[in-house]
Write a protein of this length. Sequence first.
Lengths: 221, 607
Amino acid sequence: MKILFSFLLLLSLVSCIEISDDITIKNDGSGTFRYKINLSESLVKVNSILALDSLNGKPVPSKAEISAKINEFVRLLDAQSGITNVLVEENYTDYIFKFSCDFTNIKQLQDAIRLTIEQITNEKYPVGAEQYWLSWDGTTLVRTIPAYFTQQIKNFKFEDDEKLKTGVYASITRFERPVASFENKLGALSKNQMSVLVRTNTFDLKNNQHLLDNTIVLTPR
Amino acid sequence: MPFSWAQLKSIQSEQLLPKDAVTVFSINNISLLQKISMDELVNYEFMSEVHQELFDGSTSGKTLKDAGLDFNQRLNLFYGKTNTHELTGFTFGVSDRKALFEVFDDFQNLESDIPGLAVYGTFFNNLMIKDNVALLIRIEPTMEHIDEVTDSIWFARGNEMPFDFFDDQISPDPENILDEETFEDNPNTNIFPEATENPLVKNYYELRDSVQMMLQEAALSAVIQEIFVQGANLYNTDTRFAAQLAHQAEGAFYLDNARNLDKSQGLWYFQTVLPTLYKDIQELYAGNVILGDLFLRDNQIDFEVDALYGPALGSIYQQMNDARFDKRVLDYIPASSPAYFTYNINLQQAYDQAFKVLLPLLSDEKNAQIAMNVLTLELLNEFINKEALFDTYKGSMFGTFNGIKKVTTKKIEFTYDEESFEYEERETETQTDMPIFTMGFSTARPDIPELILKHMGRLTSRIQRFDNYWRIDNAILDAAPLYIINTGKLLILSNDEDLARFHSKGYGKEALGNKASKKAMRSGFMYGKVDVTQTLDRFPTEVLTPRNAEIVASLKGKSGQLELTSTETDAAHTRFKLSYHFEGQEAPGKHFLDLVNSLYVIYTLNP
């Protein structure tokens, strides 16, 4: 838990961060979830922090400890029902971390992530928090950010909020058939009509954690 | 003859300082502080240990003057640590008890069996008033001492190890055992012992709480006896301190380094495993005291410090400081530099003297590890070409902080094609803020670093030779290059590209002016200057250890210049002077307290 906390603390000190979540949903409800964190623009800051023993009184995790925690997450997630092909790429030269997994259906993906977080943090999912942040009925996808993460973002005191404006969060949703409509005004539709991209800066996201919420309706099969 | 309070015609606040105080700040002209509000005062770190009950609104809108303090007496802040407890607080004169208790309104009157002594207490602190002087003190037994006494009683009562219950319920992972959050945050683990069935029998933690309270009371009682019955206080027991207070200065500073060493927990290994060596180290440090005067002058506060040491340590310092200033370093300090220092020592003489003084101490020790270390040292001393070593690094050095500059680093950018938002990675350049540091030292053997760099350059393409400098790519935090300039007389390391490319022969007219150069040259073995606003306000404190961050934070938000000079060094002492020149209309008392506070933080956190 300490290592996880320290890693989150480290992220909070790094303002120039690029995050991308990318979910592909097939017609049968199965799909692939990909998540990428890019800290390469904050290379100097990350390296200077990792060179320390402690930061604001908390121990700074070593690269080996971060890697061990990531691998533990992968191992736990891989063991969850409905989850396969869990892959993680850790690039400690540019500080880019990529994660992907396949899922049988959206409910199992969400349950698996929730259970893994509970196991790795030894904490129960916050009482009252909505357990599901994605819903899919075969034609309409409703997505939000998990309450667990919005709470974390809210609680974190970032070193320099203004610099968060240079950070980017991109949320991509891909389908096997064209999109008929979507609600989020920040969204853009790909030329092939089958992907929706919502992009914002991390400053705006911190102030409004519902900026990426979207309801996407597909054309009938 | 036993001490009698009546013998003293007029007791002063400094005569209430406990003899175990190791660090003391004594503010003489406290009328300077009349306009300081109590709210401002309690925000200083030096008040943090004693201010809980002052922070409850009773100070609101009040100044020190309203608090009933006697401005004809000194205000003395103290901190001390013995093997069994820590003590902190301040002593002061009282002119109006009624006004005093309007501020110290949480104190309860306690019983006192010493005639004329009024004792008051809160949960944390105690206040003692005798005639017109007061001592506000907090005493905390050290954790080690509490544990030692508790364990002793616990085992004497026939109990088992108090921590056995951990084994059954917690995994033996040592990281988890230290993880207090895990224990305390989870109410279901139930790992702490229940209260015993018999309410008269205490469990380990109840016993520990009782021991802590008893030790605290015993230590407080001992201090009261010492000061108010036996008349033993720091002023009487250390003549150097008493002499310091006789100076005509706005403030005085006292730090007994020898006693600090004695109580240093970092030396516990020597104390317990190598007691004779520890005794030798104690002797080496005997007489090591730092005494200082604080003078308030026009828009300037001078802190004049005399560091005293014993003959053995003094002989090393004397040899070390017997060095000629290398004027060439001044060419590489730009006049615009917000912070710089020069340091001038004779490393070879210091080494020779230290070898002469320290080696016999180590050689006498009958310990296998020490004996091997001594043998290694002696062999190295014989085999190493000391002349080449000390000619390569001659001991004169300088350092500058040239502000924060943008440096070019590479970053990876995520891009998405318009057709399907498929993702790609693209390498681009970005500008990153980086503090620019330069450090250099004089050398008489430029061929040696050149030799190292030449051979290292063959091993990796990251090291490249340019006309006047070497560049090592990604040497700074795996992101920015380090430049090495070898002038033949100086070896300079910097992350400043501008210096390497355009000023490898020095800054010329842009270097320090004559006046500033002369100051640095005439300043003993060290000189330093800091523009507080430009340097400390921009310093990223999160990269420091919590202790050092607190020191820097205590100086943040201030304006003006700090200048450190050393004026005199011999076998008995070294004199330093720290001048704080401030600008603006703020009351000098405020600046004075700011500086006292910063010094307090430095000396109490990093003894």
